[in-house]
Design a protein around this ligand. Structure first.
Ligand code: SD4
Length: 339
């Protein structure tokens, strides 16, 4: 059996192979005080504030992450989560979300249309059904039975962006083939999964009782094939919480995360003694080792352990994450990366 030292040694060897450029300070991660909440991307800052309103009153991490995730879901300027999310290649806004609590309960929805708050539907799946994941028409039917309003989520702005994309789109049945040059031709979306084409809020909270929960919600990759489901609603891929150890979430090209069961891997690495930062780094290294071409796309992991230590690592520069505890409400940090 490998001890902690052996595992870290293996990680460093893997990182060296990848030509890691991150400074040693990047290895350290950050420590927050309890309660605290962290989220992916710049839009995590206002989301964290909504979560903080729950946490600062002694509320449960689960309530905090749901409240926080609902902020970008309802933000009409955010074209990557919830209402106003960019549609699939056929013009359907199709949402994925998952949520997980301190008891290991989880719920998720995938390819859900017409409901602006998939994170709350995911919570309803967790709390009101014997199931974990509902998809498509069944998820919509369930949401409506639960009283969630049905609405048209494609805003005029998102429709215009989709129509502009359609002019040149080749409709190849391949994930994100149309943005495969990372926006060099169109100048529009940028690196798949990167800033400008990022699509997920992953949020992790540690409450005053020391309990962890997580939420992850997205409209997925813009212009995806109809029916495509990413990592965000796949428990273990886009999100995983183990209240004994820590929690992790991911953003970026979900196919690469699913292949490596990324968030579960991060949590298991923390269980074996890695810091959140080391665990995120190793999970990204695993993706790159299996598929070196993944250096051209973006995947980022974010993690927290029971002690409030936080870590993040991405394939490329540009990943940001937001942190919030009593000392600092709106901190935004760049994620360390291999390239
Ligand atoms: C997905 N992981 O559907 C999401 C998208 C994302 O930054 O987070 N992009 O694959």
């Amino acid at each position: 059996m490998l001890n902690r030292r052996g595992l870290i040694g293996a990680s460093m060897a893997g990182s060296a192979l990848l030509g890691a450029r991150a400074a040693s300070a990047d290895e350290a991660g950050t420590r927050l005080s309890k309660p605290c909440v962290i989220s992916t991307w710049d839009f995590g800052v206002p989301a964290n504030q909504a979560a903080w309103a729950v946490l600062s009153k002694g509320g449960r991490a689960l309530d905090a992450v749901e409240a926080g995730a609902r902020i970008p879901e309802q933000d009409l300027k955010n074209h990557s989560v919830g209402r106003a999310g960019y549609p699939d290649r056929d013009g359907h806004v199709s949402l994925d979300a998952s949520i997980m609590d301190e008891h290991g309960n989880c719920g998720a929805v995938a390819a859900l249309e017409h409901i602006a708050h998939p994170i709350s539907v995911a919570r309803a799946v967790m709390e009101k059904t014997p199931h974990v994941l509902l998809v498509g028409a069944g998820a919509l039917q369930f949401a409506q039975e639960q009283g969630f309003p049905r609405e048209d989520l494609l805003t005029p702005e998102s429709r215009a962006a989709w129509e502009a994309w359609r002019k040149d789109a080749k409709y190849q049945p391949k994930a994100n083939s149309e943005v495969g040059d990372y926006g060099k031709t169109s100048g529009q979306l940028g690196t798949p999964g990167g800033k400008g084409n990022h699509d997920t809020i992953g949020m992790l909270a540690l409450d005053a009782q020391g309990d962890l929960s997580g939420a992850c919600t997205t409209s997925g990759m813009a212009w995806k094939l109809r029916g495509r489901v990413g990592d965000s609603p796949i428990v273990g891929a886009g999100l995983y919480v183990d209240n004994e150890v820590g929690a992790a979430t991911s953003t970026g090209v979900g196919e690469e995360v699913i292949r490596n069961v990324g968030s579960f891997l991060v949590v298991e690495l923390m269980r074996q003694g890695r810091s959140p930062q080391e665990a995120c780094k190793e999970a990204v290294a695993r993706i790159l080792k299996k598929k070196p071409a993944a250096r051209d796309i973006q995947v980022g992991f974010l993690a927290i352990n029971k002690q409030g230590e936080v870590g993040a690592w991405a394939i490329q520069k540009g990943f940001t994450y937001a942190l919030c505890d009593a000392a600092s409400q709106d901190r935004l940090l760049p994620g360390a990366s291999f390239y």
